[in-house]
Design a protein around this ligand. Structure first.
Ligand code: BGC
Length: 755
């Protein structure tokens, strides 16, 4: 009976449907017993340290607070034995014995770190995205964690912003699919299972639109843009049953997300019917003080009244809500509601049934960093790489060549995992040098560093907060370049691993110049000047402005920060064991002045010519073309794909009907390969200005050398809809144009009419 009720509650929360009538009796009974202080205690999330302290506060006297019933959850604690100590304090020493939520930032793998999210998104492979999240959940829960601060689904169109690395890129459609696959992967279909954890979609909302790409900066955006371009991935996570939401640091319409009632209640709960709980970001409640909204008591009351349930680290709720209640600034009902949502999450996690559910000391050895997990991380990495250029088919390399492997990232274990990998272990990462030796044991490989990641000591200091990511060599830059050039001259081919150190992206890692640092540019030019074939392996957490490098006669393989299997996966692709199939999920600008640049921009009333020809009094620049360096959806393969014979199954449809596009794709090159077939839609006339085109479907297919396949992508009625001036989600009658092809510049097109 109990189990049945639990199952019902689990299903109800997972599928987003606990209503007042369906309240969980155990939770209601518990609420009856709780004092005001105990209810407020549940709204408090603390960390004793051990995670990444991004704000100023690390909680004090955590043990005493748990015993006093003043803590609802902890993060920064891991391992069954340690978590057991904390859980026992709550269960055995606090008056009501309410178990703790144990949170963590498992952003791209727990211990088996896989590519940064921007890389994984570039695979356009939703099965892989889901498998990755499942693996992360299995490992994290083995270590006692039951709540994950992921997925991060912030749309980002400004590569200066360092946290672009943590999301899926610029597109709301692709971002929504990835949000859904991630939530399903973390939460599974039974939150009480030992291998699943609560997910937390973040950072709600619009965090990726920080002005000028500077982290934590203000956001100001029209509702139409929000609804059509920035909100869909959060909504997709909510629709997929995400258990919790994290409010963002930024303000929206002048009110920080953490205290924004329109956002947290009107939109999230009332319009989207979200049933889970909302947690603040790290001290984002307290940060409403410097934002300018009042003192701690005022901003805590504001947050509770706005719909925030849990206060991360700041203890504003803990220390002020009682006073605010006495002064009539908040109601007990609001406190009870917030507490209920947190207890319901604990209930569906199965923690009331067994608080030690996730604490099996045999599991870490069995479930973490297994051979299978590392194999999956290697696959995920290989699928995330994007071939940007392949002059003279330099890649793939034969395995018996003499290779000069150079560059500051070729043998840099510290930089393989990427940003936000606090649970990973850099010492386990495979370097490129090691990977090459593993995969091509018969090749002659000679290594030289060639350059520092950057020669700028001040910059290096800013990057090296979490460890020595940029290590400045004692030798002079000239000596280093000369050494690499000598190796290059004696080699058949040069592979240069260049780009960004791990913490050149991520939180508080914005850059105003997103090119390859000068020290490495000098190295690249010197290598190319030897006349030897050069392949650049480019590592970064963001799009880089690389017009110079793209103009050189080289191959460029973009590998992001690939994770623990970095070197092996890169070697798999460089030596042709896997044919690259990744596609960019953000537009790459030519220069910083073009930012924000994204493929779904509007036409304007004075569009510039498509061919970039300059015309006065058009929407363009005097000193740069409008077109990007590389378009959204772009990525090459070792083989070639040809698209032909695009057909629609109807020429006109009515409201509520679907329409299908079919195209023939042929592998005309010399390798088997995977291709992401992309469909873009243009709504010709709307009641609000439409984007030039929008991604509305894609399929990743495998084609053997010489093989042809017909690929069908169906547009659902919702795919034709948008939010109009009244914020109604509608499809308006008229003509639509469908484009299908290999990236967002797809030219094959057909039209249909919606009646
Ligand atoms: C980040 C969040 C993260 C939190 C807890 C914050 O600084 O913005 O993404 O989940 O810290 O570690």
């Amino acid at each position: 009976m109990y189990y049945k009720k639990l199952l019902f509650a689990v299903m109800a929360l997972t599928f987003g449907a606990i209503s007042a009538q369906q309240r969980i009796p155990e939770v209601e009974a518990l609420l009856q017993k709780m004092t005001l202080e105990e209810k407020i205690g549940q709204l408090n999330l603390l960390t004793p340290g051990g995670g990444v302290a991004t704000g100023e506060v690390v909680s004090k006297n955590v043990e005493a607070k748990i015993k006093a019933g003043e803590v609802g959850g902890l993060f920064g604690v891991a391992g069954p034995d340690k978590v057991r100590v904390a859980q026992e304090l709550a269960v055995k020493k606090s008056r009501l014995g309410i178990p703790l939520l144990i949170g963590s930032d498992v952003i791209h793998g727990y211990k088996t770190t896989y590519p940064i999210p921007l890389g994984l998104a570039s695979s356009w492979d939703m099965d892989l995205v889901q498998q990755a999240a499942q693996m992360a959940a299995k490992e994290a829960t083995a270590d006692g964690i039951n709540w994950n601060f992921s997925p991060m689904v912030d749309i980002a169109r400004d590569p200066r912003w360092g946290r672009i690395a943590e999301g899926a890129g610029e597109d709301p459609y692709l971002g929504s699919k990835i949000a859904e696959a991630s939530v399903k992967g973390y939460q599974g279909d039974d939150l009480a299972a030992a291998h699943t954890m609560l997910a937390c979609v973040k950072h709600f909302a619009l965090y990726g639109a920080a002005e000028a790409g500077r982290d934590y900066h203000s956001v100001d955006m029209s509702k139409i843009k929000m609804f059509n371009q920035y909100l869909p991935p959060y909504k997709a996570a909510v629709d997929a049953g995400v258990a919790s939401v994290m409010s963002s640091f930024n303000d929206i319409d002048g009110i920080p997300a953490t205290g924004n009632k329109w956002l947290l209640t009107d939109l999230l709960r009332n319009r989207w019917d979200f049933k889970g709980f909302v947690v603040s970001d790290y001290t984002s409640l307290n940060e409403m003080i410097p934002h300018g909204l009042g003192d701690l008591q005022a901003v805590s009351a504001l947050a509770l009244n706005a719909g925030l349930d849990m206060d991360m680290v700041g203890e504003g709720f803990l220390t002020t809500l009682k006073k605010s209640l006495e002064e009539g600034k908040v109601t007990e009902e609001a406190i009870t509601n917030a507490c209920r949502r947190i207890l319901e999450a604990k209930y569906v996690s199965g923690l009331f049934d067994n608080p030690y559910r996730y604490l099996d000391s045999k599991r870490p050895a069995k479930d973490i960093l297994t051979k299978e997990n590392r194999a999956l991380a290697r696959t995920l990495a290989a699928h995330s790489f994007v071939l940007l250029k392949n002059e003279n088919n330099i890649l793939p390399l034969q395995k018996n060549k003499k290779i000069a492997l150079v560059g500051p990232l070729a043998d840099s274990r510290n930089n393989m995992l990427g940003t936000w990998a606090p649970t990973g272990d850099v010492s386990l990462a495979v370097t490129i040098l090691e990977g090459f030796k593993n995969v091509a044991p018969n090749a002659t490989i000679q290594y030289a560093k060639g350059a520092n990641i950057s020669d700028d000591e001040e910059f290096a200091k800013h990057v090296n907060v979490f460890g020595p990511r940029i290590e400045i060599d004692e030798r002079s830059p000239e000596v280093m370049v000369d050494e690499a050039v000598e190796l290059a001259k004696n080699a058949d081919v040069v592979v240069a691993v260049v780009g960004e150190a791990t913490e050149m992206t991520g939180e508080a890692a914005s850059r105003t110049d997103i090119s390859i640092p000068e020290s490495q540019k000098i190295l690249i030019r010197a290598l190319v000047a030897t006349g030897k074939p050069v392949a650049l392996v480019l590592m970064s957490g963001r799009p880089l402005t690389i017009p110079d490098e793209l103009g050189l006669p080289v191959a460029i393989l973009q590998v992001w920060h690939p994770g623990v299997e970095a070197g092996n996966a890169i070697a798999d692709v460089v030596f042709g064991d896997y044919n690259p199939s990744g596609k960019l999920t953000v537009t790459w600008p030519r220069n910083v002045g073009q930012i924000p640049i994204y493929y779904s921009a509007k036409n304007t009333g004075r569009p510039a010519p498509e061919n970039d020809e300059f015309q006065k009094f058009r929407s363009n620049y005097l000193d740069s073309p409008n077109s990007p360096l590389l378009p959204f959806g772009y990525g090459l393969s070792y083989t070639n794909f040809e698209y032909s014979n695009l057909k629609l199954d109807k020429t006109s449809i009515g409201q509520g009907e679907s329409i299908s596009a079919t195209v023939t794709v042929t592998n005309t090159g010399n390798y088997d390969g995977e291709e992401v077939v992309q469909l873009y839609l243009k709504d010709e006339v709307r009641s609000i200005t439409p984007p030039k085109r929008e991604l509305k479907g894609f399929r990743k297919i495998l084609l053997k050398k010489g093989e042809s396949k017909e690929v069908t992508i169906t547009l659902s009625p919702d795919d034709l809809k948008f939010y109009n001036s009244q914020l109604d989600f509608v499809a308006e009658p008229g003509e639509f144009q469908v484009f299908v092809g290999t990236n967002s510049d797809a030219q094959l097109s057909k039209s249909f009419v919606l009646n």
